[in-house]
Write a protein that binds this ligand. Structure first.
Ligand SMILES: Nc1ncnc2c1ncn2[C@@H]1O[C@H](COP(=O)(O)OP(=O)(O)O)[C@@H](O)[C@H]1O
Ligand SMILES: [Mg+2]
Length: 260
């Protein structure tokens, strides 16, 4: 079996007519975990939303190939079925639908008619994964994210990730608002997914999470594109120098629009 590959080439995205992402390139192979760092408002979430097909984000150029097929040509549900997963910066609440129902529907949606997961197998797997995340079983019967604390929502996103077993995941600020214990559970969940059939892009502001999830590659994004790529030491450098230090090093001015 060949290792899956996600290849984003020269992606351009506009929001409400304003150009936000301006020539974004990134290739992730199965087995790799990449971190994407960058100041607020630089377009990190916009990249994630565009790849997942959020209708507000207008792709004006480029491609995002998952094993050779362009995600950008697919409907949102097709992107999920193709193996993409997004843990959102602000997970939404789904009132009236329990977590267990939601997960089972999502899993079966991916597996397709006639290939549904047997109920007992589903419940066993759910039990096991919730245990691993030290989530109370009552969360299975609560409505999706309704009344969850910030940390519980993030942990629930990781539960979805572990249950759906996508080929590629984008985790958008999965660490924001987490205390140190929650951070460790999130890391444990992501690390449990590590295999050559799974690739991951972790969008984060802080090096902290990367102490627990070791990235293979770290990218810095500014003004709508990746301006520097390196190893885990790049995250440490950012922590020490801040984005201003990196801007100075790369000769990037504050409001400069980087032309792709
Ligand atoms: N839905 C939206 N409506 C209007 N502007 C948006 C929307 N999403 C993003 N933007 C704008 O695009 C820019 C990049 O935002 P975002 O991708 O969220 O940045 P980051 O995730 O790097 O902090 C910001 O100026 C933001 O205000
Ligand atoms: Mg963001």
């Amino acid at each position: 079996m060949t290792v899956p590959e996600l290849k984003i080439k020269d992606l351009h995205v506009s929001v409400e007519g304003k150009s936000i992402v301006k020539g974004f390139d990134l290739t992730i192979k199965g087995g790799e975990i990449h971190a994407l760092m960058g100041p607020n408002g630089t377009g990190k979430s916009t990249v994630a939303s565009a790849i997942m097909g959020h209708p507000k984000y207008q792709v004006t150029g480029g491609s995002a190939l998952l094993e050779g097929a362009n995600l950008l040509d697919m409907a949102v549900d097709e992107r999920a079925r193709a193996g993409m997963f997004l843990a959102m910066q602000y997970p939404s609440e789904v009132s009236g639908v329990t977590n267990a129902e939601f997960l089972r529907t999502a899993i079966n949606g991916r597996r397709g008619e006639g290939n549904e997961i047997p109920l007992m197998k589903f419940l066993k797997t759910l039990d096991k994964k919730m245990d691993m995340l030290e989530m109370d079983q009552k969360f299975a019967e609560r409505y999706v994210n309704e009344g969850f604390s910030g940390g519980e929502k993030k942990r629930n996103e990781i539960l979805q990730l572990m249950m759906l077993e996508p080929k590629f995941a984008i985790l958008d600020e999965i660490d924001s608002g987490l205390d140190i214990d929650a951070l460790k559970w999130v890391a444990k969940g992501v690390n449990s997914m590590r295999s050559e059939n799974f690739g991951c892009l972790i969008i984060t502001h802080y090096q902290r999470l990367l102490n627990y999830i070791k990235p293979d590659v770290v990218h810095v994004m500014m003004n709508g594109r990746i301006v520097k790529t390196g190893g885990p030491e790049l995250a440490l450098q950012l922590e020490a120098e801040g984005y201003d230090g990196m801007k100075a090093e790369l000769g990037i001015k504050d409001d400069e629009t980087v032309e792709a």
